[in-house]
Design a protein around this ligand. Structure first.
Ligand code: ATP
Ligand code: MG
Length: 350
């Protein structure tokens, strides 16, 4: 029986995760759930944001359903005690190197941007972002240069194995969708990107059915605001992916609609699934958060960690169905509570 670790976290995390869990339970797949505190909630009870028991559970489970973390009361704590440290800890300990962020505009919803409707109609793109390498994790520091000026530096680097494993995720994703993969880099100026491009090209021979294109990141940023729905799967490094995935997320209806997955392989155990939004302290405890991002994250969990594509689609269709019937939380211009939105999705689960 697959074990799902439920880590609700802080703020609206528990509110939205409850709805995601209800949906998973309603599928009647014989899943087993175990809950543990994380983030500020864990700090309150144990003095640390990622207690060893929570980490052990996450490692033992087939997948982690994660809510959100962040609590303004703990912002002044030293870095490793802050709620956010838990997220980095889990990523590191579980070896989650691939971050998958779909941006979908469900029928009936309006984009949060002022893009022309024809540029976002049917928007359904996925950004595959490398998560543990690149300039964030290279050598970094401060020094004085030869003229005595203060200097800061962050080394950007990737080795071929790191590029290969993320490229693999991109190709596999593309294979199951429209068979189009766009690899984004800055190969005209960066050595790292030239290696990236070489490795992606080499791998493409294993995927003759995939139409591979390369795009410079500056152009990709431009195309994403010009005609985002022209993309399907984008694979890119940590820094570029960080920026582009936030940009793409604005094309969807609301931050409350966007799920994510962090994986350590294309499919298999130990992925982590969470809404892209944070703990939203401004609306926490009011029962008005949109649970769709959490519910759609549960769908990704079914797809990637449990290899249950049919159930994943059932959940996604139920969300689409509820929206089609007019179900809307406040962020979408409606007045349903978090639980009522969960009810609306459950009613559509067929
Ligand atoms: P973090 O640093 O963790 O990303 P944040 O405060 O920067 O936290 P969010 O917590 O994502 O960002 O909140 C950003 C805004 O979006 C807030 O106004 C919040 O109320 C709103 N928001 C976030 N998630 C939801 C949701 N599920 N439903 C409705 N509104 C949401
Ligand atoms: Mg934020």
């Amino acid at each position: 029986m697959p074990l799902i670790a439920v880590l609700p976290g802080d703020g609206i995390g528990p509110e939205v995760t409850t709805q995601a869990r209800r949906v998973l339970e309603a599928l009647d797949l014989g899943l087993q759930f175990e809950e543990a505190p994380v983030g500020g909630a864990a700090y309150l009870v144990s003095g640390r944001p990622l207690p060893p028991e929570t980490l052990t559970l996450a490692k033992r489970a087939n997948a982690v359903l994660f809510g959100a973390i962040g609590d303004p009361r703990f912002e002044a704590l030293e870095r490793q005690l802050r709620p956010e440290a838990a997220l980095l800890g889990i990523r590191r300990e579980l070896g989650l190197f691939a971050n998958i962020r779909p941006a979908t505009l469900f029928p009936g919803l309006e984009s949060a941007t002022s893009l022309k409707p024809e540029a976002v109609a049917g928007l359904d793109i996925v950004i595959v972002r490398e998560l543990v390498g690149d300039v964030y994790f290279g050598e970094k520091g401060r020094r004085h240069n030869a003229e005595g000026l203060r200097q800061g530096y962050d080394v950007m680097s990737y080795n071929e194995a790191e590029v290969e494993r993320i490229a693999r995720v991109g190709f596999e994703m593309a294979k199951r969708r429209k068979k189009k993969l766009c690899s984004v880099d800055k190969a005209n100026v960066l050595e790292t990107s030239q290696l990236w491009r070489d490795v992606v090209n080499e791998m493409s021979t294993q995927y003759p059915e995939i139409e591979l294109t390369h795009m410079y990141v500056d152009n990709a940023a431009m195309q994403l605001v010009r005609q985002p729905n022209a993309f399907d799967v984008i694979v890119t490094g940590n820094l570029f992916g960080d920026i582009l995935s936030d940009q793409a997320s604005m094309c969807a209806g609301s931050i409350g609609m966007l799920p994510s997955a962090s994986l350590r392989a294309w499919s298999g155990d130990n992925g982590m699934y969470e809404p892209i939004h944070g703990s939203a302290p401004d609306i926490a405890g009011q029962g008005k958060a949109n649970p769709c991002a959490a519910i759609l994250s549960a769908a990704m969990l079914l797809r990637h960690s449990l290899s249950d594509e049919a159930s994943a689609q059932r959940v996604e269709k139920a969300v689409a169905g509820a929206l089609a019937k007019g179900a809307r939380t406040a962020d979408l211009g409606g007045s349903l509570s978090t639980t009522e939105m969960g009810d609306a999705v459950l009613r559509e689960l067929v």
